[in-house]
Structure formats: C-alpha cells, structure tokens
Design a protein around this ligand. Structure first.
Ligand SMILES: [Zn+2]
Length: 465
C-alpha cells in the first residue's frame, strides 16, 4: 500500500526534475546559439575571401559599433605593416565599363613608404587597377573604382588595407558595397590632357635640384601638341581623331620614382597631387606629363637611362606617359624645322602608341612590339624618325610572311572606362548581403554546402598571394 501511494509522488518529482533539466538544457542551448550567432555575426565575411601578404598579421572582423549603415561594417586591423584584403570573384562581361563603390573610414593608417597609392582602397587583385587610397584618420567617405573588364570573364574585387605598391598599418572599416555596369562609348575621338610641370624641385643623393621649364619650352610643347592633334588622323588614315587641353602646373614636382632600367621618372603617384583636380569629372583618355629632369647646369645629377619619353603606365586606368624636355636648350626634339626635324610630335605619338600596344595585348590581340621597327625592315630616318613605321603600325600594314600585322582596327574604340560611361548604368547584385535572419540562415546553409563541396573536391582556399 505504502509503495503504491509513493509511486505517483516519485513520478511527479522525476517529472519536475526532467522539466527543470529540459529548461536548463534549452537555456544553455539558447545561450550557446546566441554566442554562436554573435560569433558568426562578428566573423561572417559573407562570400568574401580573406587574403594577406604576411599571413596571420591582420585581424578581419565585423564591427557593430563603428558602422555606416544599420549593418555591421567590415573591419581590417593591421597592428603591423601588411597588405590585407577581402575579395570576391565577380563575373563580368568582356569589354564593359564597371564602377565599384564603398564607404570607408580609417584610423591611424600609415604606410612604410612615402608614396601615395597605399592605404584603404578598392582594388582588383593582381592588377594595378585601384581607387584612391585613404590614409591617416578620416571619417566615412565614398570611394570608387572604375575599370574596363577588357578580355576578362571574372575579376577579383578587393577591399584592401595596403596596396600593390606597399604595406600599411592601422584600422579601416568598409561598408555599403555596390557595383554597376556602364555603357562603352563608341567614339574614336580621343581626349588628351597634357600637363606641363613648370618646376622640378627634388632632392637626389642629398643634392637639392631645382629646374625650370622655360617659356620657349612651353611654346614648343603647345606647337607640338597641335601638330600631334593633326598627325593622328593623318597617320591612322582617319581611324581616330584627337582633341586636347594643356595645363601649366605651378606646384613643383617634388617626388620622383626610380627604376633600375630607366632611372628617375614621374609615376602617376608622384604627380597625383598636381593633376588630380583637373581630372575630376573630366573625360580624358590619355595623359601626358611634360617635365624637365635636367638642364645645362644639372646634366647628369638626375640619373636618366636613355629615355626621352616613357609610357605604358596608367593613372586609374587611363594611359599615362612622361615626356621629358631635353637637357640641352639647343635641342630640336620638340621644334619643327624643315632642315632638322619635321616630325617633332614623334615622342608624343610614340608614347601614346605604347598605350594602344598595351591595351591591344590586354584585350587579347597579338601585336608586334612598338620597338621592333628594325626587325620588320624599317629604319629611323632623317627629319621624320620612325614616321613610316608608326603609320604602318597604326594601320595594321606591316608586311610579314604570314600576312599584315599591326594594331587592330578595334583598338581605337577601346578607350579607358570613365565617369561618363555611367550616365545610364545598371546595378549588379553581386555584393548583396543578407537582409534578415531567414536570409542569414539560408546563407549559413549555402556556405556549409559550399565548404562540404570544397572538402570533397579536396580544394583549398589559398590565403596567400
Ligand atoms: Zn618606347
């Protein structure tokens, strides 16, 4: 009897204990889930792949305190010098202009090297294509990268603290990523910007060298640009035309870059401060930088290894060349004279053709090297230099055993991407982030599936580049 009476009591007790255990388990589970979710939110980089040049140096996190919109920002912290980025492979259509934007904020970003171009930026991995680079401590601002997909089907778009030119330390927050596709311009009229840097004031081997461009130099360059404008349609047999603006820059050139092969020259980063205001919202297709790196007094103080023009560079995707004024004031290199030089625009044309040569190659065309004129039987002639070679080069009229070669006709339409390409553009959803919990859970499962697939395929995500 007693036993029978006690049974329901014990049962009740057990039930209560079981319920308590269940509640505790549920609470623990919920706490675990909460922390797991917090961890996930702090570390979730969506589809982005993290990448560093010095592995395990930078910290990648999602920040809930320092953010631009209601979503957590993406933060890179580099306590030591590093080049760190998170990137996503984006599918693109060939030969189309694209614009990528984001909001960025920086704290104490400082670079090892004293050059612009390093800092918080948007860039395409394994290329020189990048946005402006933000350094120091700066509040949220919008930055953009405009590029042409050229011959590519995919590009790795990275949000980066560092750069291909060097490393930085500090903190950067990124947010609100967008990408849009624009419309290419069909015109074959090329718009040139010619900057004359009137003063060079540099320290080379502890020696301060000050050089001035003379009024005669400026007259010569103005005449030569006008000749260049007229020569381009003539030599290309109407395949392209040119227009131009000349800017005389008073702010001295104080920085130069050095290259073992060429010696000193002005890289896009060296002159960015002098030219950037003139290029804002402008639609230039090519940039000439005219500068003086020597004169009769300073003949060999700035090492130049035999160049008068230097090309194949780009300023945010736009072709960029140096045109060096001769050290000798009696030189006729940029002066028309019927008995000495009837083709003074040669250096300008040569450097511009280097850009077309590079563009053709980037679009997958096979073109002869611009310097190979002798290989195809051309020579440097008195009065006109390599004029005939350039004409045949521009018109794909160089004879070889296997047919005619030269620049493809299409290259005259393959201009750099620029702001005006985006007047009618459409947004691409590539950087879309989950908007709510359901989308987040969906994404977690998608990522898990991807990871399982990766394990089965025995693939590894490469962290280093
Ligand atoms: Zn050359």
């Amino acid at each position: 009897m007693r036993k029978q009476k006690q049974k329901p009591k014990e049962k009740g007790k057990k039930k209560i204990i079981k319920t308590i255990v269940n509640i505790i388990t549920t609470i623990i589970l919920l706490i675990c889930l909460y922390f797991a979710y917090q961890f996930y939110q702090k570390n979730n980089f969506n589809d982005f792949i993290r990448s560093e040049s010095n592995l395990y140096t930078s910290e990648f996190s999602r920040d809930n305190k320092e953010k631009y919109s209601n979503k957590r920002s993406y933060k890179i912290t580099s306590p030591d010098y590093n080049d760190a980025m998170f990137f996503k492979t984006i599918k693109v259509e060939k030969n189309k202009p694209y614009k990528v934007t984001c909001m960025v904020k920086t704290n104490n970003v400082e670079s090892k090297e004293q050059i612009s171009g390093i800092g918080a930026q948007i860039s395409i991995q394994d290329s020189t294509e990048r946005s402006v680079a933000i350094s120091g401590t700066q509040d949220w601002q919008k930055i953009e990268l405009i590029f042409n997909s050229k011959d590519r089907d995919t590009v790795d778009i990275g949000f980066r603290l560092g750069g291909y030119l060097g490393q930085v330390k500090g903190e950067a927050w990124f947010s609100d990523f967008t990408i849009e596709q624009g419309v290419s311009e069909q015109s074959t009229e090329w718009n040139f910007a010619c900057f004359i840097l009137k003063q060079t004031d540099v320290v080379i081997n502890e020696q301060n060298i000050k050089l001035d461009v003379t009024p005669t130099d400026i007259t010569d360059i103005r005449d030569t640009m006008e000749r260049f404008k007229n020569s381009v349609p003539e030599l290309s047999e109407g395949k392209m035309t040119a227009k131009y603006d000349i800017y005389e820059i008073e702010t001295p050139l104080t920085k130069l870059s050095y290259d073992k092969q060429y010696g000193y020259y002005a890289s896009p980063e060296d002159v960015e401060n002098q030219i950037k205001d003139y290029l804002k919202n402008s639609n230039y297709d090519h940039i000439f930088i005219v500068l003086r790196l020597g004169n009769e007094e300073h003949k060999e103080d700035i090492e130049i290894n035999d160049w008068i023009g230097l090309g194949s560079m780009d300023y945010y995707g736009v072709g960029f060349s140096n045109i060096r004024l001769p050290n000798d004031s009696r030189s006729y290199i940029y002066k028309y004279n019927p008995r000495i030089n009837t083709f003074p625009e040669e250096v300008f044309l040569h450097e511009f053709l280097h850009s077309l040569e590079r563009t053709s190659k980037e679009y997958g065309y096979e073109v002869p090297d611009l310097h190979d004129y002798e290989k195809y039987g051309y020579e440097n002639q008195r009065l006109v230099g390599q004029k005939i070679w350039y004409k045949d080069y521009m018109n794909k009229n160089i004879n070889t055993e296997t047919g005619k070669i030269g620049l493809p006709n299409e290259v005259y339409e393959l201009k750099p991407a620029k702001e005006s390409n985006f007047e009618t553009s459409y947004k691409i959803e590539e950087f879309k982030e989950p908007e709510n919990l359901i989308e987040e859970i969906n994404q977690i499962f998608e990522q898990m599936c991807k990871n399982v697939k990766l394990i089965f395929n025995n693939e590894e995500i490469e962290n280093n580049y």
